[in-house]
Design a protein around this ligand. Structure first.
Ligand SMILES: [Zn+2]
Length: 531
């Protein structure tokens, strides 16, 4: 019996070896064909035959010895075939002549650049490498693409030839506007799992890899300085709440000086899975299935642990000297804000998003003027959570955002509320009926940015959200004081939202309403909104 098994194993080994040799042979032949095609095209070009399709076509060689595993490649796409989509010859030129659907760890041509997540030393940690350009595809140690959701626009720019196939960014003078870190937290793979702590230094730290090994690497963090001007802050100055100091608040118009840190999401999958108390396999499978199978390497490359997801990132707005953020002897006021387009930008009055954002900025500025540090962190989560798509049936009525902290079902929920009685006691029920959950903006990954900024405590937390509070404290960052949005900043029609949240556990020093009392809190109903 045992010898029978051994025979089978030997036979499998022989088949596997034979297959590898065959693939290598096929690759070598196709490489030769490509070279011949290229030189023939070049000959024709030199002979003046540039009008022909063949001559215009430049075939990009594949990565040396790179061969897709037969089982993962559709027959029509195997070998040196042109892509199945109808295209003119010149359209094909920006892509290699063969579609690589996925890769495997032991495939010929695969040699991932080492990446040791959580290593304290940047060079030991290694560069996050995700590009699929021919020179880099075999060296990738990350799945996905740069730019989060904007990777799709990148694809469009590339397809429409707005972007050259061989374009590489020139990083001259793009160095971060301020220095930050490194902090001990950067070398702790439990503390930072959703961003690359070295993301702002990539072009300089890994210059050798970029130049000598011709690997396409991009930064995932950018740091700059800016001025910002908000109409409400001019009012703050007029009313005397804010006093221009020429440094943080520049003038009587309430213009502010700010340091901005833009961060793209970079997920270390084992760490992300751990934050949600699930296993990595479940996380990978779910990501694969629910992105329409967009990233097969989530399944085929268990050796790759990093994923750049197609979601929005975040921006840190820091007032005052950025070095004070990580100085435990300086006071820190912080607002964590999740995007709400309807309120943040278009000032709808059904939720408290923009009022709280403005209040957060004003308090942050005051803290910076008092010798401390003021920070507002803006998360682009509108799309990531339940999504604005649930607003699909736009109405002629003015559109408000019904959430802020707890829901993202937006217009569908809004419509359902307004067509009903819009009582605070029903606020969550409406959302849950439609979306199946109250909230999808999990806060578990949010504290990473605080660790990255070197923040070890928060003196004044400008948020009433219990989820944000619990996530931050759960990550070992104490919050000394929680600051409510003052009554006078709450628009009348957003009482439904804020009272429901307070009842559900949001922080307040004021009155927490009972279920009975909530029933009496009612917003405008449809008839009121119509005019
Ligand atoms: Zn809102």
């Amino acid at each position: 019996m045992a010898s029978g098994l051994e025979d089978v194993r030997d036979a499998l080994k022989a088949i596997s070896l034979g297959q590898n040799q065959l693939l290598a042979a096929v690759e070598s032949v196709s490489q030769r064909v490509i070279e011949l095609e290229n030189s023939r095209a070049e000959e024709r070009r030199l002979l003046g035959g540039s009008g022909t399709d063949d001559a215009k076509r430049t075939v990009t060689p594949l990565v040396g010895g790179f061969a897709p595993a037969p089982s993962a490649v559709l027959p029509a796409e195997a070998g040196s075939q042109t892509p199945p989509v109808s295209a003119t010859s010149s359209d094909k030129s920006s892509f290699s002549s063969r579609v690589i659907l996925t890769t495997y760890p032991k495939q010929i041509g695969i040699k991932a650049l080492p990446l040791e997540w959580g290593a304290a030393d940047a060079l030991q940690r290694g560069p996050v490498t995700v590009s699929r350009v021919p020179s880099t595809i075999g060296r990738r140690n990350a799945i996905g693409a740069h730019g989060g959701s904007y990777s799709i626009y990148y694809a469009l720019a590339f397809a429409s030839k707005e972007l050259n196939a061989d374009h590489r960014p020139d990083f001259t003078n793009t160095e971060p506007a301020v220095n930050i870190g490194p902090f001990p937290q950067w070398g702790d793979k439990k503390k930072i799992v959703a961003m690359d702590p070295w993301g702002h230094m990539v072009p300089w730290l890994f210059k050798d890899v970029i130049q000598k090994e011709n690997v396409d690497l991009r930064p995932t963090i950018a740091i700059t300085r800016a001025h910002m001007k908000l109409p409400e802050l001019e009012e703050s100055v007029k009313s005397g709440r804010l006093v221009p100091d020429g440094k943080v608040c520049l003038n009587q118009f309430g213009e502010l000086s700010v340091t901005k840190f833009a961060v793209e999401p970079v997920w270390y999958l084992p760490g992300v899975a751990e934050r949600f108390n699930i296993d990595e396999g479940t996380l990978r499978r779910s990501l694969f299935e629910h992105t329409g199978g967009m990233y097969p390497e989530l399944i085929t490359r268990s050796d790759i642990k990093v994923f750049l997801p197609p979601i929005g990132g975040l921006t840190v707005y820091c007032f005052g000297d950025p070095a004070r953020m990580s100085d435990p002897s300086k006071k820190l006021a912080l607002r964590i804000h999740d995007e709400c387009n309807g309120s943040d930008v278009f000032c709808s009055d059904i939720c408290t998003c923009r009022p709280y954002l403005i209040f957060g900025i004003e308090e942050a500025v005051k803290e910076a003027q008092n010798g401390g540090s003021g920070v507002v962190i803006y998360f682009r989560k509108e799309g990531r959570a339940l999504g604005e798509v649930t607003k699909v049936r736009p109405n002629s009525q003015p559109v408000h955002c019904p959430h802020q902290e707890l829901t993202r079902t937006q217009y569908l929920v809004y419509n359902a509320r307004k067509r009903g009685e819009d009582r605070a006691s029903d606020y969550f029920k409406r959302t849950e009926n439609i979306a199946g959950v109250k909230d999808m903006r999990f806060q578990a990954l949010m504290p990473d940015i605080l660790h990255w900024l070197g923040i070890t405590k928060i003196d004044r937390m400008l948020s009433m959200s219990n989820m944000k509070h619990d996530a931050i404290v759960g990550q070992g960052i104490p919050i000394h004081e929680r600051v409510e949005l003052p009554e006078s900043w709450i628009p009348a029609d957003s009482r439904v939202e804020i009272d429901a949240k307070i009842n559900a556990g949001y922080f307040t020093t004021g009155h927490r309403m009972t279920e009975e009392e909530l029933k009496a809190v009612q917003g405008r109903i449809w008839e009121d909104v119509d005019h």
